[in-house]
Ligand binder design. Structure first.
Ligand SMILES: Cc1cc2nc3c(=O)[nH]c(=O)nc-3n(C[C@H](O)[C@H](O)[C@H](O)COP(=O)(O)OP(=O)(O)OC[C@H]3O[C@@H](n4cnc5c(N)ncnc54)[C@H](O)[C@@H]3O)c2cc1C
Length: 114
């Protein structure tokens, strides 16, 4: 439910939380975690204010996506438990894909703010 264990009236998300899901175990400290988990916590808070039941987080990773400088990177699919699969993309192609991911994140946040 994303609540603090010691202070259940407090929701904990992002890098400040050690959140777990059944599929993935303990979640990474990553923006790939912080955004969906933060959004889920927000929905749960609204649900509680409306007298509805908060829902447990259902979440898994599909890919690990890293940039290593501007011209190198790593894209690697992962299993539901976040363990890496064999396929990897590296070099400029991976750096390009990662840049598109970052750009689309910024676009999505701008749209959400509107
Ligand atoms: C160099 C670097 C590269 C990274 N690359 C990736 C990546 O490629 N992919 C990925 O998934 N993740 C990446 N991460 C990790 C990702 O940035 C974090 O996991 C994510 O931002 C965590 O989100 P958050 O909301 O928990 O915290 P943050 O994004 O750190 O947000 C916390 C906010 O709280 C504010 N704040 C702090 N103290 C106070 C206070 N007292 N009062 C009010 N506000 C306060 C801060 O200013 C900040 O805006 C990277 C991190 C770093 C440092």
């Amino acid at each position: 439910m994303l609540r603090s264990v010691s202070h259940p009236e407090i929701y904990a998300v992002g890098d400040a939380a050690a959140a777990r899901t059944e599929a993935s175990g303990e979640l990474r400290m990553a923006c790939a975690t912080a955004m969906p988990v933060g959004s889920h916590a927000g929905k749960n808070i609204v649900a509680e204010l409306r007298g509805e039941e908060p829902k447990p987080l259902s979440f898994r990773y599909y890919v690990q996506c890293l940039s290593i400088g501007r011209r190198n990177g790593l894209i690697q699919p992962v299993s539901a438990d976040d363990s890496p699969k064999r396929t990897i993309i590296t070099g400029k192609t991976a750096a390009f894909v990662k840049e598109q991911v970052v750009r689309s994140t910024v676009r999505t946040l701008r749209l959400a703010a509107r």
